[in-house]
Design a protein. Sequence first.
Length: 309
Amino acid sequence: MNKKFKTLLIAAIAVLVCLIALVVVLIVRNNSNTHAVNQATARADSLAIANDQLLLTNEFNQLNADFSQYEGQQVYLKNDSLVQKYNEARMKVEGLIRELDEEKRSHSKDLNASRAKIKKLEGEIATLKNIVRHYLEEIKRLGEENAGLKQEIEQVQQRNEQLSSQVTQATSVNRELTQTVQLARKLNITGVSFHAYNKKGKVEKNITKARQLGVSFTVSPNNTASAGMKTFYMRIISPEGALLGGGGNFQVDGQTVQSTASRQVEYANDEIQVSIYWDVNTTLTPGDYTVEVFCDGYRLASRHFTMKK
């Protein structure tokens, strides 16, 4: 009986030992699985934080690129408060990104701290977005205003060019009218003749025997011309091209010109006969003589006469 009892006791102890061993194995295995799960969860959290940080960093870089694209137009802003706010927000974002990078390099296990910084970074990025959006809207508005002003300036310039052209045309018309009026006031002469006279006052055909030269012409009626005393100037140019001088000077086209002789007559807008004489004081030669008549600053006639010996 004792032997049988001992056998049963040993069997019971063996079963108990097996049960204890099985329990221990189960406990160890459960702890191992829990640790693996915890490690996997930590890795997943770490990867999620890293991914969030990467997305926010890319978003920050894009905002910087958008801002930099229009940064040269800051001068158009009436105040630089937007730029100041942007720079302040950017510095905060850059600081948070640096902190997260340092934690990543140091393999920090404080995921809660990293999550808090990611949350804060999201808030700063949102603030930065609002500032950039407002900045770009302001730049766009100012650009449209500048475009409108540029268009107005171009329109004003075109209007000024049109007015300038009109003034030029009006000036040209006025100048033409003035010239027309001046020409209308110009005296007209006809029947210009040139003769040589001998010492008896008779017409002399031999120019070498001439003691006096005379030019005669008819002044036509002109109601537009001013009436009164008129001075007619005569110029006689010899075949050699020399001016037969001795007369006074007068003005033509702003230049002082010497005459051969002159005569004053009363003009009452009616037809009159005028003769101007010049006493010969030099040797005359046969050939072509040029006779010019002037009055009131105008050349009234220019004729050529052949004088023989």
